[in-house]
Design a protein around this ligand. Structure first.
Ligand SMILES: Cc1ncc(COP(=O)(O)O)c(C=O)c1O
Length: 409
């Protein structure tokens, strides 16, 4: 059996399309910890990019998956299945009455949002969607066009028409982008890939009011910031607003692929049989898994946990901004935290990985910390120690171990 790191990397180089530049060969996970092929242990503060929000191998989720897999894995949407009905009801309860469409990924969920907007605006020619600069909505042709970052679209011309861009957190810019062709405004309550940029309450409320005033749809992409990560079930709840529809994926299945769009009933009902579909979407296995994820988040009070653990973690990180001159900012909500430096952070991220802390990069010299919502206090303390040591090394300083742990040059 091929188990050595080198063998696996070689197989990738030969047989896997080089769309990624993977770092570690990971073989096993439990809770916040993952192990590589050489047996080295890491704290996973990436959660597979905000996916494994309950950590790795949560017993309750595993049990639900096992039980459902033995009963029925897939039936297609030509037939009803119980877990899909139960999951849709659960999402509706969480969101004051929404109706769901199920798919398999974030991009696919956003595609469904885009199709909803086009269908609703079809008769009046309102097909355009105002998106935010610095946003990220996926890599399919439509979601790439919705994404407000040119580098994502480079080489894939012609870009799908129907998307215009406004400045995030600048209501006047959004207002200027709205025309008689506009059908919807799409935004993230916290831009994740864009470098953990948090929407202001004023901005979110302003967008909601603008949508009401001009009869536009407000869409939120909750693919990364949803499902409790920010310390509320959904990121838009921080501003006390409700969108007309929003997308979910990533952590919805806790590691198993599932995406969803949840729309207010009047909007949801513009869809009719034959207008949209996904063969795998809403399979019994995916939905039973997501149901177990949601029930676990509620039972273990993980939304509250994300808020309190995140506040403690962020406060400790903020002290680094004063102590280390290359750190410009620490920001975020709950357990979605970004540390911004004044230069590229690849080297810092590599030092952290070597020390045993897995993180994710973000646009604009940002390291994202996205630990599972189940992260323990002692794991946060361990991570903070590694971050302190890594920042010290990255700044070319030495740790004064005998004294207070303060860095000296
Ligand atoms: C906010 C947001 N939307 C959409 C996506 C795309 O999701 P997926 O990779 O599952 O297609 C991502 C992925 O990072 C995301 O962060």
């Amino acid at each position: 059996m091929t188990t050595r790191t080198e063998d696996i990397v070689n197989l990738y180089q030969q047989y896997v399309m080089p769309t990624y530049a993977p770092a570690l060969v990971l073989t096993r996970g439990r809770g916040t910890k993952v192990w590589d092929a050489d047996g080295k242990v890491y704290l996973d503060f990436s959660s597979g990019i905000a996916v494994t929000n309950l950590g790795h191998g949560h017993p309750r989720v595993l049990a639900a998956m096992r039980e459902q897999a033995e009963q029925l894995v897939h039936v297609s949407n030509l037939h009803y299945n119980r877990p899909q009905a139960l999951l849709a009801r659960k999402l509706s309860i969480l969101t004051d009455g929404g109706k769901s469409f199920f798919c398999n990924s974030g991009a696919e969920a956003n595609e469904a949002l885009i199709k909803l907007a086009r269908l609703r605006g079809h008769a009046t020619g309102r097909f355009e969607i105002v998106c935010m600069r610095n946003s990220f909505h996926g890599r399919t042709l439509a979601t790439m066009a919705a994404t407000g970052q040119e580098r994502i679209r480079e080489g894939f011309d012609p870009v799908m028409p129907g998307f215009v861009y406004a400045e995030f957190n600048d209501l006047e810019s959004v207002r200027r982008a709205v025309t008689e062709r506009t059908g919807a405004i799409l935004l993230e309550a916290v831009q994740g890939e864009g470098g953990v940029q948090v929407a202001t309450t004023e901005f979110m409320r302003g967008v909601r009011a603008l949508c009401d005033e001009r009869d536009l749809l407000m869409f939120c992409d909750e693919v990364q910031c949803g499902m409790g990560r920010t310390g509320k079930w959904f990121g838009f709840q921080h501003a006390g607003v409700a969108p007309d529809a929003f997308s979910l994926a990533k952590s919805l299945g806790g590691g198993y692929a599932i995406g969803a769009v949840v729309a207010q009933p009047a909007l949801a009902n513009v869809m009719e049989p034959g207008k949209h579909a996904s063969t795998f979407g809403g399979s019994p296995l995916a939905c039973a898994t997501a149901l177990a994820v949601i029930e676990t988040i509620a039972q273990e009070k993980l939304v509250e946990r994300a808020a309190s653990a995140g506040a403690r973690f962020k406060q400790a990180l903020e002290k680094h901004a004063d102590r280390f001159e290359r750190i410009r900012d620490v920001r975020g909500l709950g357990l979605m935290i970004g540390l911004e430096a004044d230069r590229p952070v690849k080297e810092l991220a590599d030092i952290l990985t070597d020390m045993g802390l897995i993180t994710v990069g973000g646009k604009g010299n940002v390291i994202r910390f996205l630990p599972p919502l189940t992260v323990r206090d002692n794991e946060i303390d361990e991570a903070l120690e590694m971050i302190d040591d890594a920042l010290t090394e990255w700044h070319g300083l030495k740790i004064d171990e005998e004294e207070t742990g303060n860095a000296t040059s």
